[in-house]
Ligand binder design. Structure first.
Ligand code: MN
Length: 716
């Protein structure tokens, strides 16, 4: 067991300015707190935090981290409290100890790789200070080193599985290769006992027959470097059994083909020598194409730098060589914990001992390879996320600020839509309760429940928001449709018009609205379109009327005829002195495009431009007179317009038609029944109107009537 003064010396060796008293206080506090507790090994429990602190001094971590390591199990396993630690060691230390405690409370259960990745992200999010994660990793390393004291093989396997799934990849992610290798090799035999045994047997056999190759390679490399004046150290290390096993399993290579039972490493002084060394190796041994990797110019996201090459070495055996500088080697082994020593060797007073923490963040943030970047964790990224668990232990990853409702929708839309309440860590909570990292959330549902619009005010996830909005929009739409229909029925009544679905469908067409009447109702209900506007579209005459006359009687005033036939007609382009007649074939109305035909003895005949009667004059352009209407004034003339319509042969149909015409200030001067059948009348109507628009408006109102099948303006 490390003794008190030894620990202080270990820290002082790399940081002479530490707060010695504080370190001593932590040592004593932890020792007393753990008291007579024992480890599975029979050692006093205190030996564990002490060893964890020792591991962290090897990484040369700052005094706060070492203090945290000493205290890391006190809140969880002893009577010591957060407040006590805060009072004695300050808020920063208390928070870090609390952070490690929280990480330790989490249990990783699921075996799917997606869950493992989520869990790793979760751990990163939880350790908002990366030092918390480092303490946790050192804690795990010591527990793995002493795992064999645990008697229950299932427990050993479970802890080891967690180490392989979660902690070893995390160590790799922050560039701590050495830590990762040790964790993996400690866990391997407990998780895959048979695989481990057979691989170890096989490796023993292979190594027994290849040791001479290793020596041969090393001797040869040393010789060629000396010859080329490169100062290099050559190491040939056995590869980790677990990494060999991973390759066999995932890449499906057989053990015989393993070029890399040994990892040969060439360590030189600087970057320049790395490339020189590579050059001479390739001169002596043939390189295997496609296997050269230059992680010096393109470092891995975790900061790893090295050149890897595979060559055909002695006895025609493939060998893998890694070439790197001393600095790169230390960084590769110790990870970012070693970074600062090389990057910032100046200004030791300026928090140099944890400057690498910032470097780590930088490395993670500015990783070169976007794919790896996404895969590797950017710590800041997960700090605005919260990770919660279902009662079954499934991890749900949500943006921070997420509520119980967000969680419910994240599990399933149906769960979201029917959720009536929730329990967080067993306690009933409100739906808008904001979740914290590590919360276990249980959703209570009811088939009678419907999403509430008010939920929109507190949910934060896009999924929940969209689903609630979709639902409430649907609900609202139904409301609007009901309301709009009521409003329109009422307005029709007010205007003494007959309410028909047909007319509303017509209005929808005129407004170019998809969905027919129900869309019109919806828009009227929501206030987007006024009921008045709909009425005016159906009955255009309403627009010009301030007061609507009640159609108490049907006026068939045949005595009123237009006063055409003289020069008082509001037409421009007439020849003075010539009599003018409005033709009876096409009934031109003010607003229509018109032409005049001059014929001897008859004067000028006014036709619409598309009147069929004009056909006869196409060969006589001298007869044509270019005419147009004067702008209309209030007391303008009355003209006759003609419409051709079919109406239903039912009682009241004709009365209704006439009433519509009267309401719109039209006057029927003549009615001709051109066809009568069992179910329809075909009628030719001559109408007294002010102009073409007046006629079109009346036609529009008639078209909306449920009695009217078809209606068109007639030009014959
Ligand atoms: Mn511990």
């Amino acid at each position: 067991m490390i003794r008190q003064f030894e620990l202080v010396d270990m820290v002082k060796a790399y940081d002479p300015d530490i707060d010695e008293a504080r370190l001593n206080r932590a040592y004593v506090f932890s020792m007393k707190a753990h008291g007579l507790q024992k480890r599975a090994s029979g050692d006093p429990y205190f030996s564990h935090p002490l060893e964890v602190a020792g591991i962290l001094t090897e990484m040369q971590l700052d005094c706060d981290t070492i203090v945290t390591a000493l205290l890391h199990d006190t809140i969880e396993d002893t009577v010591a409290t957060y407040e006590q630690i805060e009072e004695l060691f300050g808020t920063d230390i208390a928070k870090m100890v609390d952070g490690v405690t929280k990480l330790s409370e989490l249990e990783y259960t699921s075996e799917t790789s997606k869950q493992a990745e989520n869990f790793r992200k979760f751990l990163l999010a939880m350790s908002n200070d990366i030092r918390v994660l480092l303490v946790k990793l050192a804690d795990r390393l010591h527990n793995m080193r002493t795992l064999h004291y645990i008697k229950n093989p299932e427990k050993r396997a479970r802890i080891s599985r967690e180490t392989l799934d979660i902690y070893a990849p995390l160590a790799e992610r922050i560039g701590m290769q050495e830590l990762m290798n040790e964790l993996e090799d400690l866990a391997f035999p407990h998780v895959y006992p048979e695989a481990h045994e057979s691989i170890m047997k096989r490796l023993d056999y292979l190594y027994a027959n290849t040791e001479n190759i290793r020596d041969e390679v090393i001797t040869e490399l040393e010789k060629i470097f000396a010859k080329n004046f490169i100062d290099a150290e050559v190491i040939g290390r056995r590869k980790q059994p677990y990494s060999i096993w991973k390759k066999i399993t995932y890449r499906n290579v057989s053990l015989e083909n393993q070029a890399d039972l040994f990892a040969f490493r060439v360590i030189v002084d600087d970057v320049g020598d790395c490339y020189k060394a590579l050059g001479v190796i390739h001169q002596v041994w043939q390189a295997v194409p496609g296997l050269l990797k230059d992680y010096i110019s393109m470092p891995k996201p975790n900061g790893y730098q090295s050149i890897h090459t595979v060559v055909i070495g002695p006895q025609r055996k493939r060998i893998e060589v890694q070439i790197r500088s001393t600095e790169m080697d230390i960084i590769a082994e110790k990870g970012v914990a070693a970074h600062w020593r090389y990057k910032n060797d100046a200004s030791p007073k300026d928090g140099v001992h944890y400057r690498w923490l910032r470097d780590l963040l930088e490395i993670l943030e500015h990783a070169a390879d976007p794919e790896e970047f996404l895969e590797h964790t950017k710590i800041a990224m997960y700090q605005n996320q919260v990770f919660c668990f279902t009662p079954k232990g499934e991890l749900i990853n949500l943006p921070s600020g997420s509520t119980v409702v967000d969680f419910a929708y994240a599990v399933h839309t149906i769960i979201g839509e029917t959720c009536v309440g929730g329990k967080v860590n067993g306690e009933p909570v409100q739906l808008k309760r904001i979740l914290s990292n590590g919360d276990q959330v249980e959703i209570l549902t009811s088939k009678a429940q419907k999403p509430h619009k008010s939920w929109e005010n507190f949910v934060v996830t896009g999924k929940a928001k969209a689903a609630i909005r979709r639902y409430t929009r649907q609900q609202q739409k139904q409301e609007y449709i009901r309301l709009g229909e009521e409003i329109l029925k009422h307005s029709f009544e007010q205007e003494n018009r007959e309410y028909t679905i047909k007319s509303i469908n017509d209005a929808a067409n005129k407004l170019t609205l998809d969905g027919g009447a129900s869309t019109v109702f919806e828009k009227v209900g929501s206030g987007e379109i006024s009921d008045r506007k709909v009425l005016e579209i159906i009955f255009p005459r309403l627009k010009d009327k301030k007061e609507i006359k009640k159609a108490s009687s049907i006026i068939l005033d045949t005595k009123r005829t237009h006063k055409g036939g003289d020069n008082q007609l509001p037409i421009k382009g007439l020849t003075p002195g010539l009599p003018v007649h409005i033709s009876k074939c096409c009934h031109p109305l003010p607003g229509d495009r018109i032409v005049g035909i001059v014929s001897e003895g008859k004067g000028i005949m006014v036709h619409t431009i598309d009147c069929e009667a004009l056909d006869v004059y196409t060969e006589a352009p001298e007869a044509w007179l270019d005419l147009s209407w004067h702008p209309k004034d209030e007391d303008s003339e009355i003209f006759i317009g003609r419409a051709d319509m079919t109406i239903k042969h039912v009682p009241g149909a004709l009365a209704s038609v006439l009433s519509i015409i009267a309401q719109d200030d039209g006057n029927v001067s003549n009615i001709k029944f051109s066809e009568r059948s069992a179910d329809i009348f075909r009628i030719e109507l001559d109408l007294e109107v002010r102009d073409a628009k007046h006629l079109t408006d009346i036609i529009s109102a008639l078209r909306a009537s449920k009695f009217v099948n078809t209606i068109e303006r007639a030009f014959t």
